[in-house]
Design a protein around this ligand. Structure first.
Ligand code: ADP
Ligand code: MG
Length: 333
């Protein structure tokens, strides 16, 4: 039997209004989470202006980015990172729920996805001007410190504590998908019945199909050329892609990319060139695309096919494509 993984508490479906009075697509760009985000509205019921909808989206994303970033001095994630080893840190119910689900996803993926990579990410510093590979011994030491099992969650008090020093949380592989789940509900609550959000490697389709369409058609691209290797025929879904091309540097002829194998603290090397995951919930799609990239295609497909409502398109290093069972029905070239 397939396992069911938990989805965001915010998933309350708004009634979809098909009688929109505004049918021409309108797009809007926001830079947040260190990523360029495009929101496209296809149909709204006219109860809110486009400017209001885009403004609310920008506000929501900015607040989430600030709260969940490991690179600010305030916000709940930085409070946890600064204080959770000394004593338990109380956080909002939303942030607590997010961290709890991330730990569950780490367990589900046998640690291929691990939010305790903060110190390792800092050391690699992919966004610096002149990056170079960090010192091997320091990386090895940090790999030994991190482990999602070192996070202690107290449901009653809503606190997060660390049992060990020398590691911190990095939500880089999860926060964008998590934000998309919130954004989806906010957008629907503003009378939008059809929209798409393109959030770097994460695409969220929202509500009914655009006028005249029978489904959403989402391109799967696997490297920096952005050329589509195929398309997915879907309804309301989050489609998340992780690969070695989004953030990387080259040093002495070798490419170092930003998806880390938690066990080695080095960029993950598997048979996968790019992992695309689709499911209803943004956080699950985001976290699993990162995990699948690390796990390699055999393990990733075995896990994927054991999960209810999760599908994957995996492009291997030789450019062949492997599909989960359900993806065969909806992927076309
Ligand atoms: P992107 O951020 O480009 O969408 P991912 O969703 O795969 O790509 O997330 C990669 C980011 O997540 C990295 O920049 C780093 O902050 C963090 N990260 C890297 N490797 C892992 C991992 N194995 N588990 C959890 N987080 C990771
Ligand atoms: Mg991810």
């Amino acid at each position: 039997m397939k396992r069911i993984i938990s989805i965001a508490a915010v998933c309350i479906y708004a009634a979809i209004l098909l009688t929109g009075c505004n049918a021409k697509p309108r797009s809007y760009g926001i830079f947040c989470f260190d990523t360029y985000i495009t929101l496209t509205l296809y149909q709204t019921d006219g109860t809110h202006t486009d400017a209001d909808i885009f403004g609310e989206c920008r506000e929501l994303l900015t607040a989430l980015d600030h709260n969940l970033s490991a690179h600010t001095d305030s916000g709940e994630l930085s409070d946890i990172n600064a204080g959770a080893y000394a004593s338990p840190v109380k956080v909002s119910a939303d942030t607590y729920g997010l961290i709890k689900r991330c730990v569950e996803l780490s367990r589900l993926t046998d640690g291929a996805f691990d939010i305790t990579l903060g110190e390792i990410s800092k050391l690699w510093d992919f966004s610096s001007e002149n990056p170079s590979p960090p010192d091997n011994d320091t990386l090895k030491a940090l790999a030994g410190q991190r482990n999602y099992e070192n996070i202690v969650l107290n449901d009653k008090d809503g606190t997060v504590a660390f049992t060990k020093d020398g590691f911190s949380l990095d939500l880089g592989a999860a926060a964008k998908g998590y934000a998309l789940a919130f954004l989806k509900e906010r957008i629907k609550s503003l009378g939008v019945s059809s929209a798409v959000v393109d959030f770097g490697g994460n695409i969220q389709t929202i509500g009914a199909f655009p006028p005249g369409a029978e489904y959403y058609s989402v391109a799967v691209s696997v490297d920096e050329t952005n050329a589509a290797i195929g398309r997915l025929r879907i309804g309301e879904m989050c489609v998340s892609t992780s690969n070695a091309s989004r953030r990387y540097f080259e040093y002495e002829g070798e490419r170092y990319h930003h998806i880390i194998d938690p066990f080695t603290a080095y960029p993950a090397k598997s048979d996968i060139k790019s992992a695309t995951v689709l499911c209803e919930d943004g956080l699950n799609a985001d976290a699993l695309s990162t995990a699948f990239f690390v796990m390699g295609s055999d393990k990733a497909l075995a896990l994927c096919d054991s999960l209810y409502g999760v599908e994957a398109v995996l492009t291997l290093n030789d450019n062949s494509v492997r599909l989960s069972n359900g993806a065969r029905e909806i992927f076309y070239e």
